[in-house]
Design a protein. Structure first.
Length: 282
């Protein structure tokens, strides 16, 4: 693990999840800790490289009982996020183990979890990983992936407040207010992560993939588009990131919003198909 570049690991995870992270490393173990939680009352993600696997564990601090208790009180919407994310990551890992109060629980059935939590343990594992054959870049990629999966599972249960830009809505036209509300759903970290885990990173309209075209600088880049009509949004609206959101490239995203209400994905696909590409000369 000492071959890892911690600056790159932290930056990629911070860019993806919006959390400030601090990492420490030993020969076989990496510990990633959110900076906004005090050491002793928070948690770390412990990534361990074995001979044939790589594991990530959620490890609560010694005095984190209150945090664990609050996580156990997560609402139905948060549990739905967790379930969607679990189903999305199952193809990328070999095993998930989850224990509440030292008793193993079914990670795919959050409705069956107890609500009174005093202890929490989660472990995700990926194998086979042939340790002696890993290049530094491959080790870096596996580490970011497994740590990201663990953060994806933990974040829905955490008592986090969204750090969103304040908008003064007075005097704005109805269309602008509606667009701000849609932006809020599209930019939510949990909504975005659950949408991408289910749908992937390819544009639903034109199939463009940024990493395939741009290489590493395009990794994980895509916009997320809210397909549910604005008329259904409201204070009691609960988003379903699988059915309400789709990944789209910025170009297609802009074209979807060329009218109000926006074009549907299928409508924009039909428009593209009816307008074959034209070769432009410089």
């Amino acid at each position: 693990m000492n071959r890892l570049n911690l600056l790159i690991v932290n930056k990629r995870l911070t860019d993806k999840f919006g959390l400030r992270l601090h990492s420490t490393i030993t020969e076989d173990t990496l510990e990633i800790r959110p900076e906004d939680l005090d050491k002793g009352t928070g948690f770390c993600i412990r990534v361990t490289l074995g001979w044939r696997n790589i594991n990530a564990e959620f490890v609560a601090d010694r005095f984190a009982a209150n945090l664990v208790r609050i996580m156990g009180l997560a609402g139905d919407h948060q549990k739905q996020w967790f379930k969607v994310i679990v189903n999305g990551v199952l193809t990328n890992i070999s095993e998930i183990k989850m224990k509440v109060n030292s008793v193993e629980v079914n990670h795919t059935m959050p409705d069956m979890w107890p609500s009174d939590w005093s202890r929490l343990y989660i472990m995700v594992s990926k194998r086979p990983i042939i340790r002696e054959e890993l290049t530094s870049s491959e080790l870096q990629e596996h580490t970011v992936t497994i740590a990201g999966i663990m953060l994806s599972l933990i974040i829905p249960l955490l008592p986090l407040e969204e750090n969103e830009i304040e908008h003064n809505l007075e005097g704005l036209p109805e269309g602008a207010i509606s667009r701000i509300e849609v932006n809020r759903y599209e930019r939510n970290i949990l909504n975005r992560e659950a949408c991408i885990l289910h749908h992937g990173l390819k544009c639903k309209v034109c199939s463009f993939n940024f990493e395939s075209f741009y290489g590493s600088i395009g990794r994980d880049f895509i916009h997320v588009h809210h397909v549910t009509p604005v008329s259904r949004l409201g204070p009691n609206y609960t988003i379903n990131p699988v059915t309400d959101l789709v990944p789209v490239c910025p170009n297609c995203h802009a074209m979807l919003h060329k009218k109000t209400p926006p074009y549907t994905v299928d409508e924009l696909i039909s428009i593209i198909q009816s307008n074959p590409p034209v070769a432009y000369s410089g």
